[in-house]
Design a protein around this ligand. Sequence first.
Ligand SMILES: [Zn+2]
Ligand SMILES: [Zn+2]
Length: 223
Amino acid sequence: MPAGLPCALCLGGSAELLCPPCSGDLPRLAGGCRQCGLPVPGNFCASCALSPPPWQRLSAPFSFDYPIDRLVHAFKYHGRVFWAGFLAREMARCVIEKGVPLPDLLIPIPVHPVRLYERGFNQSGELARRIGRRLRIPVLADGLCRIDPRPPMVGLSARQRDRIIRGAFRVTATGLAGLYVAIVDDILTTGATAGEAARVLRRAGVEKLEVWVAARTPGWHGP
Ligand SMILES: [Zn+2]
Ligand SMILES: [Zn+2]
């Protein structure tokens, strides 16, 4: 954003997209369970220790609370793509702060072509492209595709989401055997979507998987 514009949240004076007080008030996540991000002491929550999700590590800079929920909505449904730049920067920073090796590839969660036509862009693809550029990691934008459109999952239980998303993805990329891949999405709600993507990538031979999202829903207590 050019300097001199007001803060995008409070409209107060700011040299950046967000003024320091708004930036300081964001619902940031720190520490917590390595695999699901649940804020617990130690490295893993009880749920992941018992039945881990089909990925090794989750990276999520924010809890899906105000104002991150509003800002993701503005990006996704109102085309405020400048928020993609902000979220991607925070996602990249969150990964770097963990100090772990970077993956070979980023693969965004795809949207069905009908939804892509309506919305004009894939929010996960927009995030992955920007993070890939920042961290110099190749992005396989079409590594996964949606087989058919599924109904919106807003308001559904974890079990219902699991059922709806089962079989929704197909791996279109080849040569994934032995690779270390990060799946990129905007929000992790119950882990159903990322879990299904992880399972098909695993079947295609991907060796190690991470999930990188902008925000994790605060109500989710692990897989
Ligand atoms: Zn502000
Ligand atoms: Zn966990």
